[in-house]
Structure formats: structure tokens, C-alpha cells
Design a protein around this ligand. Structure first.
Ligand SMILES: Cc1cc2nc3c(=O)[nH]c(=O)nc-3n(C[C@H](O)[C@H](O)[C@H](O)COP(=O)(O)OP(=O)(O)OC[C@H]3O[C@@H](n4cnc5c(N)ncnc54)[C@H](O)[C@@H]3O)c2cc1C
Length: 305
């Protein structure tokens, strides 16, 4: 069992341990240009849930219904599960003694998924930082609209020494293609720097026309936004992604599936491993299947939730 898989228990999720992360290796070409071969993921935010304020709401119902005892439940749950269960139970005012207690939350949440009551999964947002992924991956990622928010590195502002690249598995496993990759990214970087310097010089001499700008950051932006046109799809594009649990589930299903492109499928699988640690009862229905290209594919019996 790896260090990663050991941090699975609910007690640990509720403790102050760091949220899950996966650190990929960073490689260097001979001239010191950096690139990655697999995605890095850090879960950076999960919901903070405190139901104590609902006591007044519960106290307001007739005493014999015993809603006032709802919060006396000795079994702790991870926050996303707590929130979804509370939201689901509110729908039927299931706060009395016959309600499902936290010890049976797993069955309760399975029923939610089976019955397609997906809206109760929309309350919990989980944010990740995703890096070691290419611009072509993020182009596919940002097609997901419902329930997602994205903040991606701007190629109009950022370049130079921070430029990194992502090598596809097909190249990493082949000496010839790997050599071509290293040569290509080095020459890309050289050309990028050359064009940036040239445009900056032109700007300084006020020969720019469309390069002219009033503020210093605008000047740099105008140069970089032109120079970025030569950057390839394999340029790294770090992105912060926030999604609610329902949106993440849809993402895992379509981008972790066997028809998905291999880089995004790998990222979806690693994302699944992390999400399954912070909200196991909401993601554990995903089945992992080894595909013919030896990557892991994801599927769930409840794709529409
Ligand atoms: C294997 C694969 C191949 C693909 N190939 C291509 C391609 O060749 N070309 C291309 O352009 N795209 C392609 N895509 C992208 C795909 O078409 C979607 O844009 C992308 O997967 C986002 O998913 P989604 O549409 O389910 O949207 P999400 O934003 O993730 O929405 C989730 C769900 O919410 C609902 N929803 C969201 N927005 C609306 C809306 N406006 N109206 C009604 N319901 C809504 C839908 O039920 C949707 O499934 C591909 C995706 C995959 C997985």
C-alpha cells in the first residue's frame, strides 16, 4: 500500500493532515529547460460544514417529532458527505428518530446516486491545482461548463523562465520521439525568447504601432501575447479547477472513460484518486478498469447523477 493510499480513513480526512496531493517528477533537458510527464494534483479546498446553526430550525418543530435530537449523531462524516446528507434529508424533513443515522450514510448516499437525485451533490465544492498538464488538455477541460470554475496561467502575462512543457507518453517511451521532443521544446523556447526580445526592442524604439501601451504591464503583455502564438499544445498550462461533486462526477465519467484522450484520462484518474480520499462515499462507485494501453479507465453505474 502506497503512502497515498494509506491516508484513506475518515478520521484522517477529518484530522488536520494535508489534503491529498500527487507530486510528479520534473525533468530537465540538457540546457536546463524543464518539462513534466504526468499530472500533478493538489486538493486545495474542500467544504467547511458546521450544522450547529441549524439547531434553531430543528427546535422550532413540534417536540414529539424529536427533530431537536437530529444533531446528536455520534458518527462523524467527512464534510462533503455531511452536507449532501443534510441537504437530502431536508428534502423530506427526515430529522426524526426514523431517519438514516450517519453510521448508515454510505447506504443513504448510494440510494441518492441510484435514484438520480444528483442535485444534493451540487452543494459541495472541491478545488484542485492541476499542473504538469498540457495546453491541449486544458482546452478540453475548460469545455466543461456546468458547476465548474477555472483560473488558468495566462500566456499573455507569463513566459520566459517559467515556461515548461509536457511530454506525451508516446514520446517518453521512445528514444527517437523523446529526442525530437527535447529538441523541439528547446528550439521553441529559443524562438520564443528571440521574438520576445525583438518585439521589446521594437517597442522601446516606439516602432510598435499595435505594440504601444501606457503601462509597464501592458507593454509586457503586448509583447507576450504576440510571442505566445508559436507555443505548442505541449506547453504546460497549470490551472485551478473548482467543481461541485456532481460536476466532478460527470468529468470523471466522460474524461476518465475509455474514449477520452490519454493525457486527460490519466489526469481524470489521478483526480479521482484524490477526490475519493476526501469524499469516499461520493466517489467510491467509480470502477477502475485497466485498458489495453495500460492506462486506468473509469466508469460508474450512475453516470447521470
Ligand atoms: C471522448 C470525447 C470526445 C470529444 N470530442 C469532441 C470534438 O470532437 N469536438 C468538440 O467540440 N468537443 C468534443 N468533446 C467535448 C464535448 O462535446 C463536451 O463539450 C465536453 O465533454 C463538455 O461536456 P458537457 O457538454 O457534458 O458539458 P458540462 O459543462 O460538463 O455539463 C454537464 C452536463 O450539464 C448539462 N448542460 C451543460 N450545459 C448545458 C446547456 N447549455 N444546455 C443544456 N444542458 C447543459 C448537460 O447535461 C451536460 O452533459 C469531446 C468530449 C469527449 C469526452
Amino acid at each position: 500500500m502506497s503512502e497515498f493510499d494509506k491516508r484513506k480513513s475518515i478520521e484522517q480526512i477529518l484530522s488536520k493532515e494535508p489534503l491529498p496531493f500527487i507530486n510528479p517528477e520534473v525533468y530537465e533537458t540538457q540546457s536546463g529547460l524543464t518539462y513534466l510527464r504526468s499530472p500533478g494534483i493538489a486538493v486545495i479546498s474542500i467544504p467547511y460544514v458546521d450544522l450547529r446553526g441549524t439547531q434553531g430550525f430543528l427546535d422550532g418543530f413540534p417536540r414529539e417529532l424529536e427533530f431537536y435530537k437530529y444533531l446528536n449523531d455520534p458518527t462523524p462524516l467527512p464534510p462533503a458527505e455531511t452536507l449532501s446528507k443534510f441537504a437530502g434529508q431536508l428534502c423530506y424533513l427526515s430529522h426524526g428518530p426514523n431517519r438514516t443515522l450517519n453510521k448508515d450514510a454510505r447506504t443513504y448516499l448510494k440510494n441518492i446516486k441510484e435514484s438520480g437525485h444528483g442535485s444534493v451533490l451540487e452543494h459541495s465544492n472541491i478545488s484542485i491545482l492541476l499542473w504538469g498538464v498540457s495546453r491541449s488538455l486544458t482546452h478540453e477541460l475548460v469545455r466543461h461548463r456546468a458547476g465548474f470554475g477555472f483560473s488558468q496561467v495566462s500566456q499573455r502575462y507569463v513566459g520566459g523562465r517559467t515556461l515548461r512543457f509536457v511530454e506525451r507518453p508516446e514520446y517518453a517511451g521512445d528514444e527517437f520521439l523523446h529526442g525530437l521532443f527535447e529538441d523541439r521544446i528547446e528550439s521553441t523556447q529559443r524562438e520564443y525568447e528571440y521574438i520576445t526580445d525583438y518585439l521589446l526592442e521594437k517597442q522601446k524604439q516606439s516602432l510598435g504601432g499595435i505594440l504601444s501601451a501606457e503601462h509597464k504591464t501592458d507593454l509586457r503583455k503586448k509583447v507576450r501575447q504576440a510571442a505566445r502564438s508559436l507555443l505548442p499544445n505541449e506547453t504546460e498550462a497549470p490551472v485551478v479547477v473548482t467543481g461541485n461533486v456532481r460536476a466532478w462526477r460527470h468529468f470523471l465519467n466522460v474524461r476518465g472513460g475509455e474514449h477520452a484522450e490519454v493525457e486527460i484520462r490519466k489526469a481524470a484518474f489521478e483526480t479521482y484518486r484524490c477526490l475519493n480520499l476526501v469524499a469516499p462515499m461520493l466517489f467510491e462507485d467509480f470502477e477502475v478498469k485497466q485498458l489495453s494501453d495500460s492506462t486506468n479507465g473509469l466508469s460508474t453505474p450512475y453516470p447521470k447523477v
